[in-house]
Write a protein that binds this ligand. Structure first.
Ligand code: F6P
Length: 532
């Protein structure tokens, strides 16, 4: 492994001053080599700052890290999540009708198909008004309660695919701040509202607190008889959901990680509000990307190449952040989704064997939809001293049949501006041509200079459909996995979120007991006293 990184580091050092735009002349096949079509998506990595040799060093790194072998282990249902002794089988959730996946050797596909069918039946019945509330009225609204992976995926899917005037009003509540629930419930009628509580563990403080509020809200207006049909649990712990009062539960297995769970019953609310056909389309798109990921050679494999671009930037060139800009209003939640997917998966400081990593792992991921981000933080991306690689997710037709070229033209222009920049002499000449005198031009030209040679990637699609959305999200899942393989970390646990949960319980205990314990650190004690 060390030798492998040595070759990578040598290539990165050689490419440190690569001029991206010159590479198109030096390697006439660059476009063909560094762009790929997969499952309805076009991936362009030719504006990354790698030469052909740097690119090939990255492929060699992936091969030597045994991406292919680890991929087989994932799809083969081995205990890839070793710290929890679990298989990681989200591809099984979107597999075709004749699939036969096994988790730790146990067959799982029959159960997956059964839950998928139950979801489709239930969604169809709610939509058709055959499934009604306690007073016999059809459901018109859904309140989806969940947090993290039990929220971000379905919320993104809904925003991405929802009709402009939906027949079912789907609302999401994640925050334990009562304001979130208050906003969601405002204007809803308990008689026509379905509450879907989504929690893998059914033990998450925020979700249970919100579920209690929703349960009380239903109880205040509905008769006891039949009230439970308003309360649905989606969980890997159905006993807890039933004990909580859910009239019906939809289960998923412990081999589904929270941030990889949108393909399961976790998206029940979306299957109801969008229709089961849309959910099937989402699964089909992800399945197409799975097929590509398992069959394409590494050098033509979209998730592998996207992962390598990130590794090149982070490990090769020391760039510790990446911005993601979806040029589609409907994809505005993508940056938040990716923050959990990538940073919870790969924000790790030890390798699989427990030894500390010696290289950086996951960068900071942030973003805003285009063009909004251009009018906010893009100043820093263009002219700040730190290089932040950008990723443009571009949809040609975002609204109706016509191509929204004013939107995607901006994405293309941003990628071009980052790569080409503007030299000081060009800026100065423009100022003089615009009427400035020499002194003014000399003063202003440095401010109007763009260093350029800044890397970006693009993922382009014609339309945002259930299929292309499924392919996009599966692309990011597999990219995240490949990075974890190369960094030799477990991408599927999240121990780093546990300590804060424990301390929050202790602080709540102190508050209930009337104030800080004497052993509490002075800063926390002062803040507690101030807030009580
Ligand atoms: O705290 C992090 C986390 O465990 C995520 O990994 C998970 O998606 C989220 O909490 C919600 O967990 P649950 O679905 O069990 O409520």
């Amino acid at each position: 492994m060390t030798d492998l990184w040595t070759a990578f580091d040598t290539a990165a050092a050689r490419d440190a001053n690569t001029v991206i735009v010159d590479q198109f002349t030096l390697d006439p096949d660059r476009m063909a080599r560094m762009s790929v079509e997969a499952a309805g998506l076009c991936l362009d990595l030719s504006k990354q700052s790698w030469s052909r040799a740097g690119f090939e060093a990255c492929i060699a790194l992936a091969r030597a890290a045994d991406v292919e072998g680890r991929r087989s282990a994932l799809f083969g249902g081995e205990a890839v999540n070793a710290t929890e002794g679990r298989a990681v089988l989200h591809p099984a959730l979107r597999a075709g009708a004749d699939a036969d996946f096994r988790a730790l050797g146990e067959p799982v596909s029959d159960e997956v198909r059964a839950v998928r069918q139950a979801m489709a039946d239930y969604a169809g019945a709610v939509r058709a008004g055959r499934e009604t509330g306690a007073t016999g009225r059809p459901f018109k609204a859904i309140v989806h309660i969940g947090i993290g992976g039990s929220d971000l995926g379905p919320r993104l899917v809904w925003d991405a695919l929802r009709p402009l005037d939906p027949a079912i009003d789907l609302r999401f509540v994640a925050n334990i701040d009562p304001r979130d629930m208050a906003e969601a419930l405002t204007g809803l009628d308990p008689e026509t509202t379905l509450v879907v509580v989504v929690s893998k563990t059914f033990a998450t403080q925020e979700t249970l607190a919100n579920a209690e509020v929703a349960r009380a809200w239903l109880a205040a207006r509905l008769p006891l008889a039949g009230r439970e049909v308003h309360f649905i649990g989606v969980t890997a712990a159905p006993d807890r959901a039933v004990a909580f009062g859910c009239g019906r539960t939809f289960a998923f297995a412990d081999w589904v990680g929270g941030r990889y769970s949108l393909w399961s019953a976790v998206s029940l609310s979306c299957a109801i509000a969008l229709g089961p056909e849309a959910f099937d389309g989402l699964l089909a798109g992800a399945r197409a990307m799975d097929d590509h990921f398992v069959s394409a050679p590494l050098e033509r494999n979209a998730p592998v190449l996207l992962a390598l671009a990130q590794i090149w930037n982070v490990d090769g060139l020391g760039r510790s952040a990446r911005t993601v800009a979806p040029y589609a209003h409907a994809l505005r939640r993508l940056p938040s989704f990716l923050q959990q997917l990538e940073m919870e998966s790969n924000g790790k400081r030890v390798r699989r064997d427990g030894s500390p990593v010696t290289r950086p792992t996951c960068p900071v991921v942030f973003g805003e939809p285009g063009t909004n981000g251009q009018h906010a933080f893009f100043q820093q991306i263009h002219q700040g001293p730190e290089v932040v690689p950008a990723e443009f997710v571009i949809v040609a037709k975002t609204c109706g049949d016509a191509s929204q070229s004013p939107l995607w033209s901006n994405a293309l222009a941003q990628g071009q501006a980052l790569m080409l920049g503007k030299r000081t002499d060009e800026a100065r000449a423009e100022l003089i041509a615009g009427g400035a005198d020499v002194a003014e031009a000399d003063l202003l030209a440095p401010h109007k200079t763009f260093p350029g040679n800044r890397p970006s990637s693009a993922i382009a699609m014609d339309r945002l459909t259930p299929e292309t959305l499924g392919a996009l999200l599966a692309l990011y899942e597999h990219k995240t996995f490949v990075e974890g393989v190369i960094w030799d970390i477990n991408s599927f646990d999240q121990w780093g979120v546990e300590l804060g949960k424990v301390l929050a319980r202790a602080i709540l205990g102190d508050v209930a007991a009337g104030g800080p314990t004497p052993t509490l650190d002075p800063s926390t004690a002062m803040l507690m006293a101030r807030l009580m």
